[in-house]
Design a protein around this ligand. Structure first.
Ligand code: AMP
Length: 281
């Protein structure tokens, strides 16, 4: 497995693979890899001849008040995980490699990005779409792998690929959790022992919402309220949002009549955590 920092080196490598007729999968990440990332890499390795993992903490998707500086990084560990999983190449660029001086072109989506995480993170998806579009142009993969953990991101990327004709298959992968239910996340490392315990409220509250849906409840407000009431039992938790939205459009629904995404964002102390489930009718 190679680790490269320049766009040129990625292009040269992919060109060689293409001349051999090999298929290429891409797994975009911000590094500090865990089992969630590994599940994406495993799937990509199973479905493609060669797999590129990008490790890039993308400054464009962080607001000045957010955790760009403190975001955890450990390239040696990430490299070991990628190699063991069978990846062929890590692309680990510096911000200057991705954003040259005078960079001024952005991918701005006018639907799907305003609600859910977009409400409290208004510049986030512009940064995500722009960097993912760049990665798609650099790597030109056949398939790219994204986790349902970031469900809005998955929907947004699928939409972008359709809008801009990238011709890349987007593969959504299920949420990988700790044994006690907490969705794995690089940001879980911010939690102290008490916060880690309190963070269980996200998956517990979602389970209550899901159970209610499974009894036949269709009223989205009632489902949200059940989840909110459960989160309210945890004193360390502060809700950012609890929403039931159409899984295709991400528009809020009043009644569950199509596949829906039930998504939440909750602050545990200073750490903002997200979790969700998709309910298919
Ligand atoms: P990140 O490094 O947080 O930007 O995540 C990179 C990719 O890994 C994204 O597509 C995420 O949705 C996915 N991912 C992160 N955590 C998980 C998880 N617990 N289960 C499945 N996929 C995940």
């Amino acid at each position: 497995m190679k680790i490269v920092e320049t766009i040129l080196e990625v292009r040269q490598q992919v060109k060689e693979w293409r001349m051999e007729g090999l298929s290429v999968g891409l797994v975009p990440t911000m590094g500090y890899l865990h089992e969630g990332h590994k599940s994406l890499i495993d799937r990509a390795v199973a479905e493609n001849d060669r797999v590129v993992v990008s490790v890039f903490v993308n400054p464009m998707q962080f607001a000045p008040s957010e955790d760009l500086e403190s975001y955890p990084r450990d390239m040696d560990r990430d490299a070991a995980i990628c190699e063991k999983a069978g990846a062929s190449l890590i692309f680990h660029p510096e911000p200057e490699e991705m954003y040259h001086e005078g960079f001024s072109s952005f991918v701005d989506m006018t639907t799907l990005t305003g609600g859910l995480c977009g409400k409290s993170r208004p510049i986030h998806f512009r940064g995500v779409c722009t960097v993912v579009a760049k990665l798609f142009n650099i790597v030109t993969p056949d398939r790219a792998y994204f986790g349902q953990k970031d469900a809005q991101q998955l929907a947004v990327i699928r939409h972008m690929v359709r809008d801009l004709d990238f011709g890349i298959e987007i593969v959504g992968c299920p949420i990988i959790r700790e044994e006690d239910g907490l969705a794995k996340s690089s940001r879980n490392t911010y939690l102290n022992v008490d916060e880690r315990q309190a963070a269980l409220i996200l998956s517990k509250a979602l389970a209550k919402g899901k159970a209610l849906l499974e009894t036949g409840e269709k009223d989205a407000a009632k489902i949200c309220q059940t989840i909110l009431d459960d989160i309210a039992t945890e004193p360390m938790a502060k809700v950012d949002y609890v929403e039931v939205v159409d899984w295709n459009t991400l528009e809020p629904v009043e009644t569950v009549a199509r596949d829906v995404l039930v998504a939440i964002a909750v602050f545990i102390g200073k750490t903002r955590l997200i979790d969700n489930f998709i309910y298919e009718l």
